[in-house]
Design a protein around this ligand. Structure first.
Ligand code: DOR
Length: 446
């Protein structure tokens, strides 16, 4: 007589620390209780996973869900629906909401709004400003907080910490790894006139490679001097990569699926302002450099930078059009298509979106399929051929830059702490999302 489980995932190909092999997974009380040949065990529910791959729950470490203040574009509920439909079990949400997430009250407000409404687990970034710098050491330790986010160059919203003195002040007060949008504000201001009215092709000329390289060089210098850990978000240029490679002890690297998939000028000619993002999608030379960095292990995580804007807003003539595109729902299928095309292995994908977030941000109980960890799973059909359509998109913005793209590889099921939330493109579970716990601040959540 075997053990008794709440749920048994039977016969899937499990991708984890042990490699990739057929195994059963027994789930009890929302956690992984056993892995192996569990034939003969009793379970309240048995889910047949034969012909499917079972991955640790995919964690998207960069999304903008717009609540409060931008609910017409997205809110925490709609964004989380998009996440779980796309196989994402947990998200780190960005602070450039209105008001921005820069105080303890704003953090508590987001956590309260998220509970009972989000379908995936969550954590929120605290936005750094010159005014709250002295408070960041406390703010970064609040329940439901994944760390501090710094905008070194202006993007959507008004968060900005541009000069070296203010950046040094922020770095002096933080203890956890902090995330940076690295574009040089001074250079962006100086080159603003390069934006050509009605021509989004001028976007990457304005926000050029040097704007990113100069900013990242300054950031690495300041962080190295301060002895602090930093995470460089959405790295988009070939020029930043050797700098980051020389700073592995304290700097980690994110790239996005859009910088790995799209390239200028083709994406702007085909998609117009829908492809407008900060930092911009650049030429195929940069895209190739990012793939090379990914495959030599320099890239630590993938984040979607899900940044929804309404089609009406995107339809304004450049540069009045906002920067950003949705991505949380397409991260898994787009990247599985890259897996099937041989650009990265399935194990490396898991390293980037499960183990990478766990390692960098010290997330408690997530990122691995291992005994005692949360029973979060992204269950995929690696060979399913599907066409991504705007109609599938649950984000309130209702569009995706990948509309019409046929991919191989699709998320079939999403499980969050032992609950089946999505199965075969339908949300079937409750909004059971909870704040993620972090090893550096465990006393907040015990
Ligand atoms: O293109 C972008 N859009 N980049 C950012 O940094 C912010 C984001 C947004 O919130 O719209």
């Amino acid at each position: 007589m075997g053990s008794t489980f709440d749920i048994l995932l039977a016969g899937g190909t499990v991708v984890n620390h042990a490699g990739m092999a057929v195994a059963d997974i027994g789930i009890r009380d929302g956690r992984i209780a056993a892995i192996g040949d569990l034939d003969g065990s009793a379970a309240v529910e048995i889910i047949d996973c034969s012909h499917l791959h079972v991955l640790p729950g995919v964690i998207d470490t960069q999304v903008h869900f717009r609540e409060p203040g931008g609910e017409a574009k997205e809110d925490l509920e709609s964004g989380s629906r998009a996440a779980v439909l796309g196989g994402v079990t947990a998200v780190f949400e960005m602070p450039n909401t209105a008001p921005a997430t820069t105080t303890a009250e704003a953090v508590a407000g987001k956590v309260a709004r998220a509970r009972g409404r989000m379908f995936c687990d969550f954590a929120f970034y605290v936005g750094a400003t010159a005014q709250n710098a002295a408070m960041l050491g406390e703010l970064e330790r609040l329940e439901g907080v994944c760390g501090v986010k710094v905008f070194m160059g202006s993007s959507t919203g008004d968060l900005l910490v541009a000069d070296d003195a203010a950046l040094a002040d922020v770095l002096a007060h933080i203890h956890r790894r902090a995330a940076f949008h690295s574009e040089d504000e001074e250079r962006l201001r100086a080159r603003k006139d390069l934006r050509a009215a009605g021509d989004v092709l001028s976007h990457p000329l304005w926000r050029d490679e040097e704007a990113a390289v100069a900013s990242t060089r300054r950031l690495l210098h300041l962080a190295g001097k301060a002895g602090k850990r930093i995470h460089v978000l959405h790295v988009s240029t070939a020029g930043e990569l050797p700098l980051l490679q020389a700073a592995r002890d304290f700097a980690s690297v994110e790239v996005t699926p859009h910088h790995l998939t799209l390239a200028a000028p083709e994406c702007y000619e085909r998609l117009g302002t829908l492809a407008q993002m900060n930092p911009p999608v650049r030429s195929a030379r940069h895209r190739a450099a990012l793939w090379e960095a990914l495959n030599c292990g320099l890239v630590d995580v993938l984040g979607s930078d899900h940044a929804p804007h309404l089609l009406a807003e995107k339809g304004r003539a450049y540069p009045a059009s906002p920067s950003g595109m949705p991505g949380v729902q397409t991260l898994v299928p787009v990247m599985l298509d890259h897996v099937n095309a041989g650009r990265l292995s399935l194990q490396r994908f898991v390293d980037l979106v499960c183990e990478g977030p766990h390692r960098l941000f010290q997330i408690a109980g997530k990122g691995r399929i291992a005994a005692g960890y949360d029973a979060d799973f992204t269950i995929i059909d690696l060979k399913a051929r599907r066409t991504i359509r705007n109609g599938w998109i649950a984000s309130r913005c209702g569009w995706t830059p990948y509309d019409g793209m046929t991919v191989t590889g699709w998320p079939v099921g999403t499980m969050v702490r032992g609950r089946r939330v999505m199965w075969e493109d339908e949300i079937i579970g409750e909004a059971c999302g909870a704040p993620m716990r972090f090893m550096e601040t465990l006393e907040k959540t015990q």
